[in-house]
Design a protein around this ligand. Structure first.
Ligand code: BMA
Length: 338
């Protein structure tokens, strides 16, 4: 049976951000103007602390904002001493393209045993693949694995659990789910970061009241005494939405959710906050962008003070920061509501 796209998406309606998370008052923290080479849309930043500095690898879709045209994608590199003010390095640090690969994008950084790993999405002529690379200097990257299509939005846990590396990922099974976008978060493990298996469904879109089309991992999980604090993006589609950016129509809204996974068995969800943590509301999230109404976190840092810094792409156009206290986020997950 063919499900009509409009029928398949119960309308979610108005949503509000949780008052326990605050946007940085001088957002955006990085835009195309800060980049010393051809840059147009600068968004979806992977961020971690590595060798005494904050490191950001961000997506740069370059083209012409005036002509609303995009020509290609590379990944830029920036360093910071405080996680707020960034110095963008003179050239991009990562770009994949050949006869088969169109581009790599949406980097997520995670340090495991002193080495920096980067998960990224890869558009190819035969589907979307999830890649994992390792680097020690952000100049050379060794690609360790590339998934089969279609998979995207991978994040690694920052340590082995039960002797295995663990990742969250977001395959997109279209034919088997009524021909519509209904995508969930999965979990897999690996002995060596190259060979992945033991895949299981972790969080389904129907479990999240503010999503009606897809979920995906956002920033990598962060360790707390109560479990792995794990952000995800949640998407709702509303046919009444019209032109919300450069394209003729953009009917999706990307919000952010948060859950807690068991420390020893991350396949077990300890708690999920049933409302969104962050919803597009600020001007740089809802207007003037390539795709408005999109908040897409790829980076997170837990400070010693308990402050969580969440780094996100806003409207697929600029990079922003929001902060919360880790104890508040854990409580939201454990109690399910604010
Ligand atoms: C997702 C990804 C992200 C993007 C988001 C909103 O599917 O492609 O890169 O930020 O859509 O457009």
């Amino acid at each position: 049976m063919k499900i009509m796209r409009e029928e398949a998406f119960p309308i979610i309606g108005e949503l509000r951000s949780c008052p326990l998370i605050k946007r940085y008052e001088a957002n955006p923290i990085l835009t195309a103007e800060d980049v010393p080479y051809h840059a147009t849309l600068v968004f979806n930043p992977g961020v971690t602390r590595y060798q005494g500095k904050y490191v950001m690898v961000f997506r740069n879709d370059y083209g012409s904002a005036e002509e609303q045209r995009l020509d290609g994608t590379n990944l830029g590199l920036a360093f910071s001493d405080d996680g707020i003010h960034w110095e963008v390095q003179p050239k991009p640090c990562f770009e994949l393209s050949d006869e088969e690969i169109i581009r790599a994008y949406d980097p997520r950084l995670i340090v495991i045993d002193g080495r920096c790993y980067m998960c990224f999405a890869v558009d190819t002529r035969h589907g979307v693949r999830g890649g994992i690379a390792v680097t020690d200097d952000f100049e050379t990257f060794e690609i360790l694995s590339m998934s089969v299509p279609d998979n995207r939005n991978m994040v690694l846990f920052p340590e082995k659990i039960g002797g295995m590396y663990v990742r969250l990922e977001r395959p997109f099974p279209v034919y088997s789910r009524g021909g519509i976008e209904r995508f969930d978060i999965w979990i897999s493990d690996s002995p060596d970061l190259r060979y992945w298996g033991n895949s299981e469904l972790l969080l389904a879109v129907e479990d999240i009241p503010f999503a009606n089309t897809k979920l995906g991992p956002a920033a990598p999980p962060v360790k707390t005494p109560h479990g792995w604090l794990t952000t995800f993006h949640a998407v709702d589609f509303d046919p009444a939405r019209g032109k919300n950016g450069w394209e003729e129509s953009w009917k999706k809204r990307y919000t952010v959710g948060v859950m807690l996974l068991d420390l020893d068995d991350p396949r077990r969800i300890v708690g999920v906050y049933k409302e969104p943590l962050l919803v597009p509301e600020a001007p740089y999230e809802v207007e003037g962008g390539f795709r408005n109404n999109a908040i897409f976190p790829c980076g997170i840092v837990l400070e010693d003070t308990g402050e969580v810094k969440l780094y996100y792409g806003a409207a697929d156009t600029v990079i922003c920061l929001a902060t919360a206290h880790v104890d508040d986020l854990v409580r939201l997950c454990l109690e399910g509501s604010a």
